[in-house]
Design a binder for this molecule. Structure first.
Ligand code: CAA
Length: 410
């Protein structure tokens, strides 16, 4: 349903597909084996004008929407999930500045991200605070004209490739999540070190590192928005915008695995005919294709809501993340099954799709957290439903209470 996209979004899609086919697919297996950062792809993305498209034009970007970002991530991930996140994580790292930076901070950092000259990472998670992001312990204390940061971050995607880091710190531990502030730290700042690189199951070309801060003095002007205590809301609003990107990565991975499953089953002969000619295979492929399309449309819909500033966008961002990433896991696993023994070995690319897909259910908020976000939104909506449904109750059962009030026996 490509034609439902606007001309501008289709242009981004076309360009991204071109980069994916010429610069990503030929090296995807090699990147997976070596774990090398996809610098040649970053160069190709810069040449194609695709880096930092989400940055407002005033700061050198293209003011592209989350939907545009999603189609680019989808196309890249169809060829390699690692490359998809290497690109998308720059949006995750820079949305906090776009959303909450002062004019001076936007002028200072965003133009470099818009051109791809500098990559940026997002430092929220810690060893002891993953899903419960509000419990983070990294401290920042004001000392004259600087913030002094002490603590450690975990799961920092793009870790050693980035040169800018949005780091969430507690500046007022007595205030819980309301005491969290976001501070931009530049690589090379004394007291800031990139730590251990994680040995991951998938997305192996993207370096995921620990970050260490030891009496790290950062200029006071690096406090995002110039105001303390706004970090947690900033991180949540950032994740609302970024989660459709993870969902798009999942759609791309699922589509990539389906592409391979279709090619393999149409070429593979068993019992004197192609595996695809068996109706059971066609039914499985039909389910995979249908689920992918449903996921894609939910991702695009959620992205549109975000671009339009819809008040319920947070719920839809969570919905598309949960749905698309679960679809990606099912579809990539099914693709491995269709390849039989060949699917389980590294001679074919489908096992990589399955490994890459797994992380999409985990990062940027585990799917259990997405369900929590959706559940909380539904809880709020339930209050409005009580009066709406009352009309129907009166029609079907005049005088009856729809539900026994609390404390009363039905
Ligand atoms: N937008 C703006 N503000 C929001 C918000 C949103 N979507 N959601 C919550 N807030 C605000 C609330 O209004 C509240 O503000 P006040 O204190 O002023 O009232 C405040 O944030 C706290 O809200 P909650 O009480 O709802 O917070 P909580 O502690 O219950 O946590 C949560 C909510 C949804 C579980 C949140 O902690 C969460 O999203 N956890 C997952 C974190 C996550 O996704 N981490 C991934 C990091 S990135 C990564 O994976 C690595 C990488 O590099 C890719």
């Amino acid at each position: 349903m490509r034609e439902l996209l606007s001309g501008r979004t289709r242009e981004y899609q076309e360009k991204a597909r071109q980069v994916a086919e010429t610069a990503v697919r030929p090296i995807a297996a090699e990147l997976d084996r070596t774990g090398e950062y996809p610098w040649p792809v970053i160069r190709a993305l810069r040449e194609a004008g695709l880096m930092g498209i989400w940055i407002p034009e005033a700061y050198g970007g293209k003011s592209a929407g989350v939907l545009d970002l999603c189609v680019v991530v989808e196309e890249l991930s169809r060829a390699c999930g690692g490359v998809g996140v290497a690109y998308a994580v720059n949006a995750l790292g820079s949305f906090p500045i776009v959303i909450g930076g002062t004019e001076e901070q936007k002028q200072r950092w965003l133009p470099f991200i818009a051109t791809g000259e500098k990559l940026i990472a997002f430092g929220l998670s810690e060893k002891a605070s993953g899903s419960d992001a509000g419990s983070l312990r990294t401290r920042a204390e004001r000392d004259g004209d600087a913030w002094v940061i002490d603590g450690d971050k975990k799961w920092n995607t793009n870790g050693n490739a980035a040169s800018l880091y949005t780091v969430y710190c507690s500046t007022r531990p007595d205030r819980g999540s309301r005491g969290i502030s976001a501070i931009v730290v530049e690589k090379g700042t004394p007291g800031f070190e990139i730590g251990k690189r994680e040995d991951l199951m998938g997305i192996r070309c993207v370096p995921v590192h620990e970050l260490h801060f030891r009496s790290c003095r950062v200029p006071a002007g690096n406090l995002l928005g110039g105001e303390e205590g706004r970090g947690f809301g900033n991180a949540m609003a950032t994740l609302d915008r970024a989660r459709p990107g993870v969902a798009a990565q999942a759609v791309g991975l699922a589509q990539g695995a389906l592409d391979w499953a279709m090619r393999y089953t149409s070429e593979r002969q068993q019992f004197g005919q192609s595996v695809m000619s068996f109706q059971s295979t066609q039914f499985r492929l039909a389910d995979m294709a249908t689920e992918i399309e449903a996921a894609r449309q939910l991702v695009y819909g959620a992205a549109r809501y975000i671009d339009e500033g819809h008040p319920g966008a947070s719920k839809y961002a969570a919905m598309c993340k949960v749905f698309a990433t679960d679809v990606a896991m099912r579809v990539t696993t099914e693709a491995v099954q269709m390849f039989g023994g060949y699917g389980y070995c590294r001679d074919y690319p489908v096992e990589k799709y399955m490994r890459d897909a797994k992380i999409t259910q985990i990062y940027e908020g585990a799917n259990q957290i997405q369900r929590l976000v959706i559940g909380r939104a539904l809880t709020k909506e339930a209050a409005a439903l009580a009066s709406t449904l009352q009309v129907q109750v009166e029609h079907f059962a005049p005088g009856e209470e729809p539900v026994a009030p609390a404390g009363k026996k039905p």
